[in-house]
Design a protein around this ligand. Structure first.
Ligand SMILES: Nc1ncnc2c1ncn2[C@@H]1O[C@H](COP(=O)(O)OP(=O)(O)OP(=O)(O)O)[C@@H](O)[C@H]1O
Ligand SMILES: [Mg+2]
Length: 235
């Protein structure tokens, strides 16, 4: 049985720059189930990152309601929202955002220093296949390895939601597929809900749900009954 984790009800987001409002998203209705692998696709400027940020409470909606399980995150105060982000949301960016002066292991352990209940940082690095690289600094790691450190850092706190904005955008297709495999395992083996923004049309094959964003709204939602494994995508 599927359990709903996230629900958007008529959500909109208007940015105000100076005195000029800009409607980046409107009329978004969407549900995401627990453990689902969701891929968000669409042209540049369509509103994909805006949508992802709303899912994780990184930014607030200006219209409509967003639910996470039983809770309405659009009704949270700042303190409750901060707690939600710290505990339930792991984020992976295109350019890794690692601390250059810390080793791979220290980058992952950082989460512990923030007082979060996290898994053993070594175990998190094992999970992404980096047990042998844990004492290296980011500059001594390849792009794919750096991205795997950032995934280890995000999953170490055992978030229910793993949000990824173009996680393979800076990687070649082979390395990108390796990163994709790790993200897909987070959903299929570890039952985490993974939401990934990408420009790569091929990636829709591995998703349970594909959300097409165009002109500031969800244009279409496709369900894959039989998603492919990343290995089947080819280069
Ligand atoms: N903080 C902001 N203030 C004002 N406008 C913004 C802000 N963030 C995004 N926008 C605008 O909202 C629209 C959607 O932006 P968004 O970053 O969500 O697009 P995107 O689909 O992720 O694009 P890309 O594929 O290029 O990353 C764009 O027109 C952008 O200029
Ligand atoms: Mg974006």
């Amino acid at each position: 049985m599927k359990t709903e984790l996230v629900r958007f009800e008529d959500v909109g987001k208007t940015y105000i720059t100076g005195s000029v409002p800009y409607e980046a998203l409107h009329d978004v209705n969407l549900t995401i189930d627990e453990g689902e692998m969701v891929v968000i696709l669409g042209p540049s400027g369509a509103g994909k990152s805006t949508l992802l940020n709303l899912v994780g409470g990184l930014d607030g909606a200006t219209k409509g309601r967003i639910f996470f399980g039983e809770d309405e995150i659009t009704a949270f105060d700042d303190k409750r929202l901060g707690k939600f982000r710290a505990k339930d949301v792991g984020i992976i960016f295109q350019f890794y955002n690692l601390v250059p002066t810390l080793t791979a292991l220290e980058n992952v352990s950082l989460m512990q220093d923030l007082g979060l209940d996290i898994m053993d940082p070594e175990e998190a690095l094992d999970m992404v296949g980096l047990s042998g690289q844990k004492d290296k600094f980011p500059s001594q790691l390849s792009g794919g390895q750096q991205q795997r450190v950032s995934i280890a850092r995000a999953i170490a706190k055992k978030p229910r939601l793993l949000l990824c904005d173009e996680p393979t955008g800076a990687l070649d297709s082979k390395t990108g597929n390796e990163v994709l495999k790790i993200l897909k395992e987070q959903s299929s083996i570890h039952h985490r809900t993974v939401v990934m923004v990408t420009h790569n049309n091929l990636f829709k094959e591995i998703a349970d749900k594909v959300v097409i964003v165009k002109n500031g709204t969800v244009e279409n939602i496709e369900i894959n009954e039989h998603p492919k494994e990343p290995e089947e995508l080819g280069d």
